[in-house]
Every structure is written in C-alpha cells, then in structure tokens.
Design a protein around this ligand. Structure first.
Ligand code: JFZ
Length: 527
C-alpha cells in the first residue's frame, strides 16, 4: 500500500510540476500587469519585475511542495483503509491561479465584504471535544476532530458521545464578543464536521445537537443572534462529502467498507443537500458556506450545492473546497504563500496544532506571531481565518482568548492598516532565494525576511515594522510623501526623500510591544 501510494503521489507531483510551471509564467505576467496598472512608477515596476523573476523559482518550488503535501495528506487519509488513491486529485496550490479566475474572484461583488474583512474566527466544535484527543486512555495523534477516524471508533460507540454532550457553559454572546474584541469580522463555525453530527436542529437527521443530546439547544441559532447584534458575518462550515456516521458518506471505511462501493449520491440526496438547505434557510443571511475535503465530489455533484446556495442566498460565498470552482481559494492549512497572490484567498490556520479541542495541546501561537501572520497575509492580498477549539463544556480555552484579545488590542490601534487594505506594491520585504541553502531537490530555499511588511490604501502606504530600527529606509518609491506618522501616537515623524529613496526617522523606543505601523501619505501616486 505504501508503495502504490508513493508511486501515485510521485506521478501526480510530476504532472503538477509541469502544470505549475506552465501556469506560473502566466500568473507572474498577470500579477505584473495588475500591479503595474495601479502605480505607474517605472522604478517600482522594475523592482517588482526583478523581485518576481527572482522569486518565480521559489514560488514554483513552494507550489510543488504544497501539492506534494496535499497529495500525501489526501492519499494517506483516503488510502489508510482502502488502498485507494484519494478522489479527486488535489487542487493545484493557490499561487497557480489563472488570470481569468483571479479577475473573476476580485470583481465579484459578493466577495467585497470578505476582501475587506481580512480576519475571521474559525470554530471547530462538536462531539470530538468530549474525548479531547484521548480515546480509552490512549492519546490519539493528529488533529482532535479526526479522533473517530484515527482511532477507528465504530459509529455505534462514537454515537454514544451525544448522550453526554451538555455544554452548559456555552454562551453565544461571549463567543461573539470574543470575535469582536479580537477584531475579527466574520465567524465560521462547524455546522457539521466529518463525524456527521449536526450542531444545529435538523429535520434531515436526528443525529443533531437538539434531538440527540441532553443540551437540547441550538447553538447556531444563538450565535446567529449574537453575531447579528455585533455586525459579525456568520458563516457555516459544512462537511459535504466526508460523513463517517452515514453508510454512504465518504470516509468511514472501518464500519462501511470502501468508498467506491457506496451510493454517494444517495448520501448527498438524503443528508448533505437537505442539511445545507436547512442551514441556508433557518439562520438568516450567511456570509458563506465553508465546504471541505471534496472526496467523491465532481463538477456535477458540486453544481447541486452551488445551485442551491445561489437560489436560496445569492450573496452567500462558497469557499474553494466544494469540488468545483468556488468564489475564492483556500491555501493548504496554515500555509502562507511567499509572495503576493492575485484574486481572493484565505489561509485557514490553527492557534495551536489542532482544530477540534485537545486537552493536552498547549502549543499556542503567540500574539506577536499572529500579528505578523495577519499582516504578512494581508500584505500578500489574502485573509486569515484563525481557529479556536471550544471544550465540551462550551468554553473557548482561556489561553486562546487571551491571545486573541491581545491581537485585538493591536488592531484597535492599527486596524486601519489591515481592514480594507490592499497588498504591497513592493515585494523585496518578503525575502529572497538563498544563495547557499538548497532543498532536497537542489533548488535554492526561499529565505523569508520578517523585518517589515506593507499594506496599502488609496494615497497611503502602511509600513508595518516588526523590529525597531533607528530609521526606516525604503527604495523605489517615486510618489511624494507628504506626511509620515505612527498610528500608535499620531505624532509627525521626520523624513527625507530623494532619488527614489525615503528615509523616515524613528523615535528611540517603539510605541508598543507588538508591530508598529508608520502611515505614509503619498501624493502623485496611488500605491
Ligand atoms: C480539513 C479537515 O479535514 C480538518 O479536520 C479541518 O476541518 C480543516 C480546516 O480542513 O483538513 C484539510 C483540508 C485540506 C488541506 C489540509 C487539511 N489541504 O488542502 O492542504
């Protein structure tokens, strides 16, 4: 099984390398055109081009790595039980987007709120919060919400968790307030994950939080009200293909045998489509539905969902993991591209190393790291969807709350440089290809620089500093800077500008613990 998996991975990696190589040429050309149109600066253009050429290779490499990883992951997951390669083949990495798709995403009025929002709260919550990473005394490796699969728990056993699920400390107001304090503009919660358990009242399946638990409440209804109050866009994750509770759903091979012998269309007809109809009709306007792991999906199956979403909620976004073309693309989990990527896209990310709660995962990302990632992603043109995994009592772990609120404090001061901001017109700040270090295939490694990042708004540049130099120097800016100040204290900064070089003098001490942002007002150029 190992061998055949490895072989099929290798084959598709080779194929994808070829496709990626073809696409990258186009992507780079287009990215150059996009940016050139916005700024009319020959110097900047030259910079960009040099930078893009230098990084083309790095991109290609990253794509191949991402593809290989996605391939391996998908194949491992699917192949574990059945010796079958995963279906469908993994999507190419998001950096290989075609110019047509990028333009379609960007010009879609439906995605406007999303492009401006930049930062959302992901919540993975379900029955898996009860075992919290431990089954029958054994710590089960991997992500918490996969415990049923990783421990091969029979449906009859796993189902019994429902009778114990009573998250009496759940408070929708507190969760929505946390998202607001954190500066997050949307909230995406698991309405049904791969375990098949619906976290909402469902007519289509009794295996749901209202009908099958002592809790009897519908937390998604409560969240609807709490989010609406605060202007937070409510979004639902829905696992449309994997459903380990259903004989014909994808993924549960330990109870129901190989996926290729299932009547997958019957599962779609009896459960997935009716439940998606329920979430689209019972919870007011949704920001999006976040589909996932499109095993066994194909264009025609995806189309049934797309049609339903468009009919019932024309403004509701569809993410990139349905199985057809979505309104935007997701990167691989926790994967941030090296460069600016055109179009609309999102990085789904964990705050520790799991999505669903695991009692012993304390590997928290720190606020400085999260601020860096948020800014890094925004400066490349994407969104950051950061996850928390609440406990079986309905509590979001205190460390995640504290971390999110620290980042929220930073955003209160510096939010204008993030929300609604566009990507950098430069690129040299992302780093460069190593002159000495090579990867296993002999390709130079991309060495990320982390000193500064840039976001933009019309007539403005925002320089995010992650270290604190005496002065900040920027090459290649031809527009005339009329004003410079730190968002943290609004005090004017001294600067000089000559021959395309800007130098901004900085005070002795940074104004805060986390990144400091210089706002530059620029005339004569629209960054
Ligand atoms: C999926 C789920 O299986 C997982 O439980 C979690 O919900 C996560 C957000 O999404 O896992 C994936 C899906 C796609 C990739 C990686 C993990 N990918 O494309 O790299």
């Amino acid at each position: 099984m190992r061998n055949s998996t490895t072989r099929s991975v290798r084959q598709s990696v080779v194929l994808q390398a070829v496709i990626a190589a073809l696409l990258i040429g186009v992507t780079v050309a287009v990215a150059t055109r996009f940016k050139a149109a916005g700024q009319q600066q020959s110097n900047q253009q030259a910079n960009q081009q040099a930078n893009q050429q230098a990084n083309q290779q790095a991109n290609q490499q990253a794509n191949q790595q991402a593809n290989q990883q996605a391939n391996q992951q998908a194949n491992q997951q699917a192949g574990q039980q059945t010796n079958q390669p995963a279906t469908p083949p993994p999507r190419p990495a998001i950096t290989t987007v075609s110019p047509e798709d990028a333009a379609r995403e960007t010009n879609n009025p439906r995605s406007k709120w999303f492009r401006e929002a930049k930062y959302g709260l992901f919540i993975h919550w379900g029955l898996y919060a009860i075992p919290a990473g431990t089954w029958k005394g054994q710590q089960i490796p991997g992500i918490g919400e996969w415990i049923m699969n990783r421990a091969k728990v029979p449906v009859k056993e796993y189902e019994q968790l429902a009778a114990q699920f009573n998250p009496v400390k759940f408070n929708a107001e507190e969760w929505a307030q946390l998202a607001q304090d954190a500066g997050m503009k949307y909230l995406t919660i698991t309405s049904k994950h791969h375990d098949g358990f619906a976290m909402f009242k469902s007519q289509a399946s009794k295996y749901n939080i209202v009908d099958a638990t002592p809790f009897k409440r519908d937390p998604l209804k409560e969240l609807q009200a709490a989010c609406a109050k605060r202007g937070i866009k409510l979004c639902f994750y829905y696992s449309q293909a994997q459903d380990w509770h259903e004989p014909n759903g994808a993924g549960n091979t330990w109870d129901f045998g190989p996926d290729d012998q299932k009547d997958f269309d019957q599962y779609l007809r009896d459960k997935a489509l009716p439940q998606v109809r329920e979430i689209l009709t019972q919870y007011g306007p949704l920001g999006m539905i976040w589909f996932d792991t499109p095993r066994l999906m194909n264009e025609q199956r995806a189309e049934q969902f797309t049609k339903m979403v468009r009919e019932l909620q024309p403004d509701c976004l569809i993410n990139g993991r349905l199985g057809g073309k979505g309104d935007y693309r997701s990167t691989g989990d926790n994967r941030i591209p090296d460069q600016v990527v055109p179009g609309v896209w999102e990085v789904p990310a964990t705050i520790n190393d799991t999505w669903g709660y695991k009692s012993y995962d304390d590997h928290w990302k720190q606020p400085a790291d999260i601020v860096f990632k948020l800014v890094d992603i925004a400066s490349k043109g994407g969104n950051y969807l950061l996850n928390v995994g609440p406990t079986a009592e309905g509590v979001i772990p205190q460390p995640s709350q504290d971390i999110l609120r620290k980042v929220g404090q930073w955003l209160k001061v510096n939010g204008e440089a993030v929300y609604g901001a566009g990507p950098t017109p430069f690129g040299q700040e992302f780093g460069k290809l190593s002159e000495t270090k090579k990867d296993q295939r002999g390709q130079p490694v991309f060495e990320q620089a982390k000193e500064w990042r840039v976001t933009t708004k019309p007539g403005r540049l925002y320089i995010h500093l992650f270290t604190w130099p005496k002065e900040f120097a920027l090459e290649g800016l031809k527009g005339k800077v009329t004003k410079a100040y730190l968002l943290a204290d609004s005090k004017a900064l001294k600067f000089s500008q000559s021959e395309g070089k800007l130098v901004v003098q900085l005070p002795d001490k940074a104004p805060g613990e986390l990144a400091s942002v210089i706002r530059l007002d620029v005339s004569g150029v629209n960054p």
